[in-house]
Design a protein around this ligand. Sequence first.
Ligand code: ATP
Ligand code: LTN
Length: 337
Amino acid sequence: MAEAAQSTRKKIIFSGIQPTGTFTLGNYLGAVKNWGPLQDEYFCYYSIVNMHAITVRQDPKLLRENTLAAYALLLACGIDPQKSVAFIQSHVKTHAELSWVLSCFCQFGELSRMTQFKDKSAKHPEDINAGLFTYPVLMAADILLYQADLVPVGIDQKQHLELARNVAQRFNSVYGNTFTLPDGYIPKLAAKVMSLQDPTKKMSKSDENPKACIAILDKPETIIKKFKSAVTDSEAVVAYREGKDGINNLMSIYSAVTGKGFEEIEQEFVGKGYGDFKVAVGEAVVDELRPVRERFDELMKNKDYLETCYREGAAKAEAFSQRTLDKVHKKIGFFAK
Ligand code: ATP
Ligand code: LTN
């Protein structure tokens, strides 16, 4: 009976995004846009991971504002708080608690190999704090607390996901089956949107050059302007090919928002210059993001509604995750007071 229930249970999804600024087109296409359509088929948990955000120094007032705005953006991007559990990570104390336990099952060597840790410590040499080092352990706790089967993320998170899976496997092999082993759910298109100014680099919220990155709340004219000044090549042929990083990036973006395949796009722009292509990409992105911006503006006028949603989300997340934590505590030899 239990087995039958297990095999028919809806699969569980977990994902998170940091409130380190307005989401970029990369965050949107690589991750958040794909979260909404999963809500009917899966049981979804989506979190604004503010505990991860403080691994880099944050201004408290700005972090507070960004966290609420990120929560509103999540809903504006199609997450329905009636269908999914949408919550703010620091409201649910089980994350920090499981993270400590898991850190005792994670090796110094494997954390040292994480490329995000290496990149971020090179970027912030003045503050290579322990939280930055153990960031992937907290991420593993996020995922494993909810027994997630699938984790929809951009490709840059693949290494962290593998670590979460390894830690789960290690724990299970010592204490018996405790955690579901999570798999990544990485989109085929736009899994890594590149910077518009240096298409060999990932588009990132924290890029110093504002022209490099499209924020999903950018005004239409700003979006068009940024695409017009995107770095490409001198060949003037719209084609997806090795060595054409800038054009490949624009084609991936265009394809992700219009649903057109690469061949169709190449046909559409035969004999036309990059100027026309860049404007077409810009306009398609503007159309895609317009409803997100409108919903966001509406939601930000209704702070009471947002508060109700994140409170309810936290209560549901806490109830489920506490069950996993209790199980873990029991297995490792902690007992209740
Ligand atoms: P920061 O610049 O502050 O490190 P970030 O822009 O990398 O932040 P995160 O909050 O770390 O954003 O990531 C949220 C989600 O967005 C993750 O699933 C990540 O894989 C995805 N993502 C981030 N950047 C890109 C990108 N350029 N292309 C595709 N997906 C991305
Ligand atoms: N590290 C992720 C954010 C994140 C996350 C998670 C993603 C924190 N916890 C759990 C998926 C599942 C990032 O995008 N940088």
